[in-house]
Design a protein around this ligand. Structure first.
Ligand code: CUA
Length: 342
């Protein structure tokens, strides 16, 4: 009985220890997995992002080293016995710790940072040009195909993998910031100015971008995706995007097109059907995109209907009105038409 009693705390302690170990392992895995992903500066997927991640790690380890040094000095001071303490001139501390150390470390960091910045700019001459225009709260994307034809899309940017791509950025309203953490740094979209940034993905893949400058109520829902494709696939995609919209193939979609012309065409362009409206995203090839409402919802029938009928609940304050008066049959027809815009 006694043995039993003395053993119990041991077992409990062992259990607690095992639990702590498990928790630490799980936390470690979660911590490390947090660095991976389609929107992470710690998972660089191109030369620009590599350089930025390197700067961040140098800063992190440098700051960590200085923190440890300061802590060690503080502990040494605390635990020294009075007999071990020797008076040190205040001037030595001020000159060594307050002037020399910061000047040396900050100068070294400045030289390293400026050099890294130069190598960020000195990439090979970018191949294709894409123009991205920020709007509250979506991204207008313009391409030129090899023959010089203009192609317009929204909230999804496709680039050829393995090549630097120059992206010009402008804004139609307030300041936004264009950021694809896996591929490059941030660049601000400033009213009255045109900026540029280079996106360069090592290999095909999909990445998430986000507006990184507070721009109003739906700033958080001003996202986009960058899809890096093999060059041949990208050329084929461009050729397909250049085509006008496909005509509705069935009665339901035809009815949907009528609804679109009556309700949506004032703001949305579908090339070949209603041209010239620039207030809202170009929907000519909407069905080829993976998300709607600037990265907010996956592009499927349920979400299309939800966004058309309840946009002000999903993205309050956006220019898109809720078409809550449309009945289910009409919404189904409209969604069927939108899904046909491949
Ligand atoms: Cu646009 Cu925040």
């Amino acid at each position: 009985m006694r043995m039993h009693k003395t053993r119990l705390p041991d077992a409990a302690a062992r259990n607690r220890q095992t639990c702590r170990l498990h928790c630490a392992v799980v936390a470690g895995i979660l911590f490390l997995s947090g660095c991976r992903g389609i929107q992470s500066t710690l998972d660089p997927q191109g030369p620009q992002a590599d350089e930025i991640a390197r700067i961040a790690w140098v800063m992190f380890w440098g700051a960590g080293f200085i923190l440890l040094l300061v802590m060690a000095l503080a502990l040494a001071t605390l635990f020294r016995t009075p007999s071990q303490r020797r008076p040190v001139s205040a001037n030595v501390f001020i000159i060594a710790g307050g002037v020399a150390l910061p000047v040396i470390t900050l100068t070294a960091l400045l030289i390293y940072g400026v050099d890294a910045m130069r190598s960020l700019r000195a990439t090979a001459e970018p191949t294709a040009q894409i123009e991205v225009v920020g709007n509250r709260w979506w991204w207008d994307v313009h391409y030129r195909d090899p023959d010089g034809h203009a192609i317009t899309s929204a909230n999804e940017i496709r680039i050829p993998a393995g090549k630097p791509v120059k992206v010009l950025v402008r804004t139609n309203d307030v300041i936004h910031s264009f950021w694809v953490p896996n591929l490059a740094g941030k660049i601000d979209l400033i009213p009255g100015r045109s900026n540029h940034i280079v996106l360069h993905a090592n290999a095909p893949g999909q990445f998430r971008g986000q507006c990184a400058e507070f721009c109003g109520a739906q700033h958080a829902r001003m996202a986009f995706h960058v899809i890096a494709q093999a060059p041949e696939a990208h050329a084929a995609w461009l050729a397909q995007q250049r085509m006008p919209a496909t005509a509705p193939a069935d009665r339901l979609s035809l009815r949907g097109q009528e609804v679109f012309l009556a309700r949506c065409a004032q703001c949305h362009t579908v090339r070949g059907v209603s041209e010239g409206a620039k207030r809202a995203p170009d929907l000519t090839h909407l069905a080829s995109r993976q998300f709607i409402a600037a990265g907010t919802l996956e592009n499927n029938r349920q979400n299309l209907i939800a966004f058309v009928s309840r946009s002000q609940e999903i993205k309050p304050g956006s220019d898109m009105p809720s078409h809550s008066d449309l009945d289910d049959a009409t919404l189904q027809a409209l969604a069927s038409y939108l899904e046909s815009l491949k």
